[in-house]
Design a protein around this ligand. Sequence first.
Ligand SMILES: [Zn+2]
Ligand SMILES: [Zn+2]
Length: 464
Amino acid sequence: MASSEIEVVPSESEPKTTQQQNSTQQIAIIDVFSASAYGDFDKLRKFVEEDGAPLATPDGNSYYALQWAALNNFSDIAQYIIDHGGNVNATDNNQQTALHWAAVKGSIAVADVLLQNGARVEAADLNGYRAVHIAAQYGQTAFLNHIVAKYHAEYDAPDNCGRSPLHWAAFKGFSDTIRLLLFRDAFQGKQDIEGCTPLHWAALRGNVEACMVLVHAGTKQELLVKDKAGNTPLKLASDKGHRQIARLLSKAERANSKRLFDKILGGKMGEVGYAPILFCVIIVLIILFINSVLATPTLPKVTAIVGLWGWIGVSLGIGSLIMFYRCCSKDPGYIKKSRRSDGYEDTEDPLLNIELNNASVWTGNWDQLCPTCKIIRPVRSKHCPICKHCIEQFDHHCPWISNCVGKRNKWDFFVFICMGTLTSFIGAFVAVQRIWTAIPVLSAGKTWIHLVIDHHPDSSEYHH
Ligand SMILES: [Zn+2]
Ligand SMILES: [Zn+2]
């Protein structure tokens, strides 16, 4: 795969990037190509309008002036070239168009100019790479989103080896690009000519975050798919020594098989969690406390102060039971799909309206996309794979309450924990106090055995 990796611009002829524009004075701008590459509009105009240089012919390497302008996102120059005879769909020796070059650095402004002037969004080069593939190979997530949302580029298109943009993003480890593609319903189970899924490539290359995103959004099927050599993603990861990924994948496999085991048993342990067990334990403990510590006839009668503490403990226990029920049953802050006020689901592309060029809003926020819920979630929220929802202000999924702890039940959870702890301390204190005061009574000529015999005459039969 690495050998077929795209090499859009030969490195020796690659112009300096925009950060190095300060030194343009020293760079010789000798023709329309260098003028386009470095964004020297005045010189370009001079070459075209005074010297009559053509814009429809390529340079010595078969590259067009429009490609150079597209690579470095000079949209005004691109428009000028198109207006003065440049062909938007002209291809170089690799069959690449200016749009391919725009995808390399994610030049959205130029892409708009090209596509609005009739550039073919699905133009494929010699390897079958379309603009979507190039964008995925270079991790240009915003660019990819732009051409998919606005120009309906096919995001699942295969290249000549059957690899989709998702394969490439997984191979290169661009997890944000993966999030976007999954958000847009890219097919995770797609196998290339070698039988590899995107997860195979991510596992092979040791891209931890990419694997994590794919596993969380995926199903059991992707974990078990074998490539043509018979390897699962887990096998590839362990063979290559990517231990963290191997652990992640085997854990995911085990979680899935456990669920399968549950189904055989007819139960859904994973979803129900331990909440019913904890609920019963709390009730049993409260009854036991009342029965065997407070009201037991075995020990001396409770004094007023100890009794008060005891019943405070019992009330707190019942209170924590109520809080426990609230934690379990309350919506922890599920984020719903945005619905319009008139009740109809918003069918408009949610990513279309976001100002993607505005870096302060968008940069680094691709992990706000949930590939499973198909929503753009607020910061500090996370998807819970057990609850199958995105949770606002996600803290953690607590198996003991069989629910997530999030925005709406975090205070209930906190109060529950505090009450539970306090109840335990009071209970322990009262119990110890009761036994402590009982010891002088017991030790006055009696042993535990006598006590047992006195109060449980049936058991005394064993002693005769
Ligand atoms: Zn989600
Ligand atoms: Zn959860």
